[in-house]
Design a protein around this ligand. Sequence first.
Ligand code: ZN
Ligand code: ZN
Length: 381
Amino acid sequence: MEKRKEWSVRLWISVSLSVLLGSLALGNPYADVDWARWQQHRANLHTHTTLSDGQLVPAEAIDRYRELGYTVLALTDHDTVGPKANREDPKRAETTWPWQRFDRDPAELGMVAIEGNEISKVHHTGSYFTGYGNPEAESPEQVIEEIGQRGGLAVMCHPGRYDYSAEWYAGLFSRFTHLVGLEVCNRTDRYPGDIGLWDEVLQISMPDRPVWGFANDDMHRGEDVGRSWEVLLLPEHTAERVREAMTTGRFYFSTVYEAGRPAPTIKSIRVDEKAGTITIEAENCQRIYWISCGRIVYSGPTFDAKHARRPERYVRAQLRGEYGYTFTQPFRLPIRQTTTDRATEDESKAAKEPSAPPSAAPEAQPPVPRPDTGQAGPNAA
Ligand SMILES: [Zn+2]
Ligand SMILES: [Zn+2]
């Protein structure tokens, strides 16, 4: 009886503490990552070769990435101009796959190869872990559905190139679980609207449905190699674990102004639920910004929810380095947050950089693709 009382007192204290601290419940996509033991694997998941409109043959593309230290690579030729449509390829496979066809063995190279394709007839969509290609699908929804029917994962490529609204994207994410994210860095910020759109989508979908950000070279020429990449956090270097990381958001991503330059590297991320803090330990990093709903709400290595400038729904970190930025995935926050007015003191200090665009007004009109993106031609990226 005495013991029971003691427990109930303890429970009461802990509940009261969490109420006092605002019951922050920070959703952490990296919660299961063992930063000391797991390996960090650099990946490019958007690569074109001569089998579509790229300039390097598949073997050269693989070698270029291997030389730069990449250990995960997806060759994603456009379906509409890809292997099946390429009359010079007698096999006419629907994906640039397997690598052995191009005299490259991923195991020998110490790489994990991911089968993929960029479905390009309508909204360009990254298709992974399936041989899907050459779709007759007439709408982005149908493409995503067909990728799912084949057991694949989908990523919406360079959304900043289109005029679809954030609501439209959020609708897709609530409908399709195998649609894992948005490609928010394409080469070096080739479509500047991508990151702002990601924040707009997160503002709608979080805290319920996280949308992971991806960064890729969309490589067509040798000089595109090493501009934007993911760093996957893997307990084992296998395709299955890559799939798991892409699904759960256990990766961060970087983009640099000049191909081949380094970006900030994350050594660990620690979340203290009770204190409402997230601490990032990083290398090659000049400053860390915390962004919520498209605004910078805090800066410094430790985000403190109670003293931040009214964060809600989610917060993500953006690390500035000498040559570019590294981004974390979004951490879940409650929709309504109790914050003190102390935070407003920081408002004047809130820097205008980095590229955290102000949230745009929601678009009311239905999505209309731009005329130049309705068709994928040889120059389509
Ligand atoms: Zn594309
Ligand atoms: Zn592409």
